[in-house]
Design a binder for this molecule. Structure first.
Ligand code: ZN
Ligand code: ZN
Length: 238
């Protein structure tokens, strides 16, 4: 579409430019768009436009809570860019910021992100939150080997379990952390610690349910099982 300039004029100064109000802009866009768009896109944009106006223009008759805004922010990301896009964008905004260029996701950043996940999860609710991720976040959650803090005092203050097994079937062998977005292979064996019912072990030493290093206990358990097997074999051949 050409810029609206007078006949014989090639250009127009920005401060003289006639801006189209957002309501009309939506109509102009859909009236002139070359591609066909789903009705849902128009409805969504219109809803967000009105919501934005309630915030910007004066006092709204209806109460707008942070939860309503969060739900709509998440819905907009997922609507246009698909699952995981909200979190990917939020992380990238932080990690690609020039001030943070040299930073990795260290313990401090992990806490910052974990706080955002906890806040959003509590605000929008379990089911609504899960719609925006490619793994089922309504399922049991586990520690992530990369996000588990060395300073275990932090575990009392924050919920660090943001990793979920996938694909969703019995004995799933992969775990995805929605916080750091890493996928890891896991072994599905019982945690050898008496007070833990976990069955998800990473690299033969870390139980992702209790967060304990169980390498020694696993070696002992293997020795014990080998001993039993040897005994059974010897009794079977005699
Ligand atoms: Zn992680
Ligand atoms: Zn355990």
């Amino acid at each position: 579409m050409e810029w609206p300039v007078l006949p014989g004029h090639d250009d127009k100064k920005f401060d003289e430019f006639y801006s189209i109000g957002s309501e009309s802009l939506v109509y102009v866009f859909f009236a002139t768009a070359k591609s066909k768009y789903d009705d849902e896109i128009g409805k969504h944009i219109e809803y967000i436009r009105k919501l934005r106006n309630q915030i910007v223009h004066g006092i709204s008759r209806s109460k707008i809570s942070p939860s309503v805004l969060l739900v709509n922010i998440l819905d907009t990301y997922t609507f246009f860019e698909g699952k995981d896009s909200w979190w990917d964008n939020l992380r990238n905004y932080y990690l690609e910021h020039p001030f943070n260029r040299e930073m990795d996701q260290s313990e401090l950043e992990t806490v910052v992100f974990v706080e955002k996940l906890i806040y959003t999860w509590k605000r929008v609710g379990k089911s609504s939150f899960s719609k925006h991720f490619s793994v089922n976040t309504k399922a049991r959650s586990y520690f992530c080997p990369f996000c588990l803090p060395e300073d275990r005092v932090l575990l009392k203050r924050y919920d660090y379990k943001w990793a979920f097994l996938f694909p969703e079937k019995e004995n799933a062998k992969l775990i995805r952390c929605i916080n750091c977005t890493n996928d890891n292979e896991v072994t599905r064996i019982s945690c050898p610690l008496d007070n833990c019912l976990g069955t998800v072990i990473w690299e033969d030493h870390l139980c992702l349910t209790c967060g304990q290093d169980v390498s020694n206990e696993l070696v002992e358990k293997k020795k014990h099982i080998s001993g039993i097997l040897e005994f059974l074999c010897s009794t079977a051949t005699t």
